[in-house]
Design a protein. Structure first.
Length: 291
């Protein structure tokens, strides 16, 4: 072997590239988590400070503990109307999410498992509706409800929340993948009716997807502000989002710390819903990602 022959270089190990990629991904995830969690941390810390000191001192660390006293002050304000707002929000979200999930399941299952003229056009319309921002419907809905005298009526909030194009889309995808056509045909041969097949066979198979749709609907209705603010003028019918914004606007009549404390309390039902149903919606989201 001659001394001048070049020695071939070894291929570079992929470990360095893998480590760098993981480090970049972890850094981005950490920054994203901090971006979303820091406001929640500030809210929690501020709500636990003694009443009147929510905006003083270090905003990201504790300075005394007065959470229970703060909740008592929140309850005493305006004869406890905050808890009426919370009850309204839970009622609007619970009823609207349940009805919306049921309607989405029926519509999605029908589009996925039945052949009829215009099915593709109908599903295309559903996809188009998903892309339209809901805020565009607020003024037309207000005019419609005003025309039929539903202003200051809970139905003005509940009726729009029942329809969810995104829920129909998810239900259709999961019904097509999770409910085999062979099972449906076998049930028909056994004499089962269409409604019984849907209730006893399709719904259990679609349960993770339905829980996911329910949670999406629950959060969407809970965060809805503009429509309830326009159609509900009675304080005793308003959800907590509208009530807290009203308090924040009247900072002279309502102490600003109450808005902070109320904001913290208002996220408790959302956390409870996610924690109670996490085993269902996590499996549903994983299955949806695979599909």
């Amino acid at each position: 072997m001659s001394a001048g022959r070049a020695v071939p270089s070894r291929p570079r190990s992929g470990r360095d590239t893998t480590f760098t990629s993981r480090a970049v991904v972890m850094l981005l995830l950490t920054l994203s988590s901090l971006y979303f969690l820091l406001p929640l941390w500030w809210l929690f810390v501020s709500a636990t400070k003694p009443f009147g000191e929510q905006f003083s001192g270090n905003g990201l660390w504790f300075d005394g503990f007065g959470l229970f006293h703060n909740i008592a002050e929140l309850t005493a304000q305006s004869d406890g109307i905050f808890w009426r707002w919370m009850l309204n929000s839970v009622a609007y979200c619970g009823i609207g999410a349940l009805a919306g999930t049921a309607l989405s399941a029926l519509a999605g299952y029908t589009i996925a498992k039945y052949e009829f003229r215009g099915r593709g056009v109908l599903f295309g319309a559903v996809l188009a509706a998903v892309l339209v921002p809901k805020i565009l419907f607020t003024l037309p809905l207000y005019l419609m409800f005003s025309g039929v005298h539903l202003i200051d009526n809970p139905l003005a909030v509940l009726l729009p929340s029942v329809v969810s194009p995104f829920g129909v889309y998810l239900a259709r995808v999961f019904a097509a993948q999770s409910v085999p056509d062979e099972v449906v045909e076998a049930c028909r041969l056994d004499g089962a009716g269409e409604l019984r097949i849907f209730r006893s066979v399709a719904v259990p198979m679609m349960l993770p997807a339905l829980v996911t749709i329910f949670l999406f609907q629950f959060v969407d209705i809970w965060n809805n502000y503009l429509l309830p603010a326009m159609v509900l003028g009675d304080d005793h019918l308003q959800p907590v989002t509208v009530g807290l914004v009203g308090w924040n606007a009247s900072h002279v009549a309502v102490p600003p710390p109450l808005v902070v404390i109320g904001s913290l309390v208002s996220i408790v039902p959302l956390l409870a819903a996610f924690l109670a149903l996490q085993r269902f919606w996590r499996s549903g989201m994983t299955a949806g990602a695979i599909k």
